[in-house]
Structure formats: structure tokens, C-alpha cells
Design a protein around this ligand. Structure first.
Ligand code: AHR
Length: 498
């Protein structure tokens, strides 16, 4: 299965886009919810912990996240957001009220990680905060006061409460979500009802201290195009962004999603085929948005995406802890390529979720930490953040299994500020390598990095933290005006062309 069966030929032509499109760094965004061990243990260990920390935030995880330049972080949910009452998470930690996290295992939430701790995390990371407000079980007043608490510099009750809790200067709040999955865990609303609620709640999300908070409306679940139609027709002029959620399940069956690590080629292929659906979703929702917003002022915010498997055996199923293999690296590469290619509409995306939950970047085990194959793709792809999109016309073989065919190669490319071109290519085929001939831009491949592994389901684990890690890529050469790359089976390669 894992031996190369000869290289197949493919061709890639790069060209500037007809109109200049900037790849928003926010496409490389993340999401951290009060769920399982994402916040507690994953990001926050508390100020009394023996694990090295900065004001309660664990240093090893901070270091890993800083390295990949997390541009934006979404919090506190997810489903948790619509039962979160922000006032429970401010003031002295020992007196904060507890609550039950009803969505995620009924565990007791002590509210030790609240607004100040989240903003501190964002400031440490240099990430923009994206806070999701409570529409499902919260009041308009509660939402209004939260925004005032965070951002006002007036002599007002909320700003003074923030000062009393130790923060003199207003926080910078870049993005505010008005509810999460309001069609489901956020209130089971019909789109018409949510559109009205969005308009009402959003009216009271005010701008203070000269800030302009970008407001994001709850968008569709997968291919629910009717949701997008209603939201765009009834509330477009009140929003800066409209979200979209789509998770990749190997089986497409929520009752038996498939294992994160125990899978064969059929599930590998099915997973990649399902993740490629993101292309169709972004295009179709984008076409509806274009009808109402032809100038593309409203961003598509894919604020939950990634793989969702059966929870790791022996762990609490409500904590959504799953391992992460080379397959997840390919899923990441495909989705990031899609978001890059649609950067004229997609202005943010947030992988679910940062630490220990779903398709995580980082896994922790008490004081130990490791980075996943997914993390390494974000590391390789950070060269695209803020770049100018290039068209990548790929002509290559398909990867067929049974009755289904998917493209063997998947790519995107951008130019950075210094004029250097970065090309990222994923080879989805686990058996066959490809010889890719690249042309269209001046210059040649001069360096590259490669992520692959011996087996499709190789992962990093405690005791084998570096089994899957990026290596230098040197299988390229010049041929006339072209660069020829030899891409191994099941790999992600990012090269620089100069
Ligand atoms: O990311 C896990 C959950 O998936 C989120 O809480 C919810 O928004 C979605 O259904």
C-alpha cells in the first residue's frame, strides 16, 4: 500500500488573478471552546500550576501557537457560547459562580477562564479576538453590556467594572459573533426568526472608543442554502460577515463517524472526497452572497471546519478528544487551498479546535505537549498569510477508488510582499507519487518543505512526538523555463519560487 508505484505526470500553470485578491491572514484562524480539555489543561492551567505558565496560560502551548502566527481566535463556543453568561467569568476567580456545561458532558465549569483570561491569551499570541455572544439563552442587555465592558473607555458602569477588575484600558475587540449555530444548539431557530433576532441583538452591539467591531451573523449548516438566502435577503446590510460550518466525517454518519487512527484506504479516500465538498459549499453559498453583495463586502467566515471522528477509545465521548494522523494533514492542506482560492469571499476560517478537541493543533497529557500533523501544515502554509492570490491551473491525474474519483493533486499559490511565490501542493494518493511540471511565473523553485509519513495513519503520540514532522524538500530541478517537482505519495509540499 505504501510503496510508490511510479510517478504520474501533472502540470501546473501559475498566473496572476484577473483582479488582485489578498489572502486574509484570518483564513489561518482557530477556535477554542469550553469543551473537554481545550481550555482547561489545554490552554489554561491556572496561576498555581506546576506546569510552566504565564499568568495561568501554559507556556509550551503558547510557544507552539506563536510559532504558527495564529491571526484570530474564536471563543467561548460553539454550543457553549449560547449558554455562557459573561458576568460569571469576571472578578476574583475564587468567587466566580460555577455552572454546568450541559452541552459537553455536564461537567462543572468554574469560570476561571473568562473575558480577561481570553483577552490576555489573545494579547500574548498577537491574535485578534473573535468573541461569540449568547443569543440562545442570553438577553440583548447582557450582550450589549459585554461589548461595553470590553471596549468602552467612558466613565460608564461597565467600563468602571472592567477597571475595578484590573483592566484600565479598553480591550481591542475585532470580531463579535451574534449567536452560534442558531439553527441547532443555539436555539433551534428558523432562518426568518434568527434573521430578526440577529437584527435586534446586533443593534445593541455598539462601537466604543473609536473601535469598529465587525459583526458576524450565524450562517448555514453545510449545504443549507435556504439559510444563507434568508439571512442575506433580510439582514445583509447589518452584517460584516456570515458564517458557515462544515465538518468532515469519514462515514458521513453521525452515529458512527469512523476512527481517527484505525482506517484503511477506503476511509482515507472517503474522508478526502468529503472534505473536498468544501469547494462546492463555499462556491454555492458564495453565489447566493454575490446576489445580495456583489461587491463582496461581507466576508464568508468558515468559523468551524475540520475532521470529526469517534472519540478516542477510553476517553469521555463528550470531550471530543481524537488523534490526528497524516490524513488530517491532507484534509488541512485541501481546505486551506480552497480557502486561499476563494479568498475574494472567504475572509476568515477557524479550525475546530485548537487543543485536545476534534482536529487539534496541539495535544496535551498533563505536563506533556505535542504538535499534530495538522499543526505542521499550518506551519508550512503560514507563508500564504496576507499574500496575493495566484491562479493555480492544475492538470493532473485522478485518484479513483471504487466508483469515486477525486483529483490526485490539490494546490494553491500566492505572492508575498517581497515578490516571492509560494506554492503548496497536496498529493492525496497514498500509493503513487507525481512528477509536477510548474510554469507560468518567472523564477524557479529554490527551496521547499515536505510533510509525509511511512503510513497513512501515522500520528504523533506521547513517546513518539516527532514521528510526523516537516522535512526539507529537495526533489526539484529546472527544465527549460519550468520547475519539475517529484511529489511523494500522500504528502504535502510547500515550495518557494524565486
Ligand atoms: O466544535 C464542536 C461543536 O460543533 C460546536 O460547539 C458547535 O458549534 C458545533 O456543532
Amino acid at each position: 500500500m505504501d510503496s510508490s508505484e511510479g510517478l504520474l505526470s501533472a502540470e501546473l500553470r501559475l498566473s496572476p488573478s484577473a483582479t488582485e485578491v489578498r489572502i486574509s491572514p484570518n483564513i489561518y484562524g482557530h477556535f477554542a471552546e469550553h469543551l473537554g480539555r481545550c481550555i482547561y489543561e489545554g490552554l489554561w492551567v491556572g496561576t498555581d500550576s506546576r506546569i510552566p505558565h504565564t499568568r495561568g496560560l501554559r507556556n509550551d502551548v503558547l510557544g507552539a501557537l506563536k510559532k504558527i502566527k495564529v491571526p484570530v481566535l474564536r471563543w467561548p463556543g460553539g454550543c457553549f457560547a449560547d449558554e455562557y453568561h459573561w458576568r460569571d467569568g469576571i472578578g476574583p476567580r475564587e468567587t466566580r459562580p460555577k455552572m454546568i456545561n450541559t452541552h459537553w458532558g455536564g461537567v462543572v465549569e468554574n469560570n476561571h477562564f473568562g473575558t480577561h483570561e481570553f483577552m490576555d491569551l489573545c494579547e500574548e499570541l498577537g491574535a485578534r479576538p473573535y468573541i461569540c455572544g449568547n443569543v440562545g439563552s442570553g438577553s440583548v442587555r447582557e450582550m450589549q453590556e459585554w461589548v461595553e465592558y470590553m471596549t468602552s473607555d467612558a466613565d460608564s458602569p461597565m467600563a468602571n467594572l472592567r477597571r475595578h477588575n484590573g483592566r484600565e484600558q479598553p480591550y481591542k475587540l475585532d470580531y463579535f459573533g451574534v449567536g452560534n449555530e442558531s439553527w441547532g444548539c443555539g436555539g433551534n431557530m428558523r432562518p426568518e426568526f434568527y434573521a430578526d433576532n440577529y437584527r435586534r441583538y446586533n443593534t445593541f452591539v455598539k462601537n466604543f472608543s473609536g473601535q469598529r467591531v465587525q459583526r458576524i451573523a450565524c450562517g448555514a449548516n453545510g449545504s443549507d442554502y435556504q439559510w444563507t438566502e434568508v439571512l442575506m435577503s433580510q439582514a445583509a446590510r447589518h452584517m460584516d460577515g456570515l458564517s458557515l460550518h462544515y465538518y468532515t466525517l469519514p462515514t458521513n454518519d453521525w452515529s458512527k463517524k469512523g476512527s481517527a487512527t484505525e482506517f484503511g484506504e477506503a476511509e482515507w479516500h472517503a474522508t478526502l472526497a468529503r472534505t473536498l465538498r468544501m469547494e462546492e459549499l463555499v462556491s454555492e453559498h458564495g453565489a447566493i452572497m454575490d446576489k445580495y453583495d456583489p461587491e463582496r463586502k461581507i466576508g464568508m467566515i468558515v468559523d468551524e471546519w475540520g475532521t470529526w471522528y469517534d472519540a478516542e477509545p477510553g476517553t469521555n465521548p463528550a470531550f471530543l478528544y481524537q488523534q490526528n494522523t497524516l490524513r488530517d494533514a491532507l484534509v488541512t492542506a485541501v481546505n486551506l487551498n480552497i480557502f486561499n482560492a476563494h479568498a475574494a469571499r472567504v475572509s476568515m476560517a477557524n479550525l475546530a479546535q485548537t487543543v485536545n478537541v476534534l482536529q487539534a493543533l496541539v495535544l496535551t497529557q498533563h505536563e506533556k505537549m505535542l504538535t499534530t500533523p495538522t499543526y505542521h501544515v499550518f506551519d508550512l502554509y503560514q507563508v500564504h498569510q496576507g499574500g496575493t492570490l495566484l491562479e493555480a491551473h492544475l492538470n493532473g491525474p485522478t485518484y479513483a477508488l471504487g466508483a469515486t474519483s477525486i483529483p490526485m493533486l490539490h494546490a494553491s499559490a500566492s505572492l508575498d510582499r517581497t515578490g516571492r511565490c509560494h506554492l503548496s501542493v497536496a498529493n492525496l494518493d497514498p500509493r503513487r507519487g507525481a512528477r509536477l511540471s510548474v510554469h507560468g511565473m518567472a523564477g524557479y523553485v529554490r527551496a521547499g518543505r515536505l510533510l509525509t509519513a511511512a503510513k497513512m495513519n501515522d500520528c504523533n503520540d506521547f513517546g513518539a512526538e516527532d514521528r510526523v514532522r516537516p522535512l526539507e524538500f529537495s526533489a526539484f530541478r529546472r527544465e527549460g523555463a519550468r520547475s519539475i517537482l517529484e511529489l511523494p505519495a500522500k504528502s504535502v509540499v510547500v515550495v518557494e519560487i524565486e
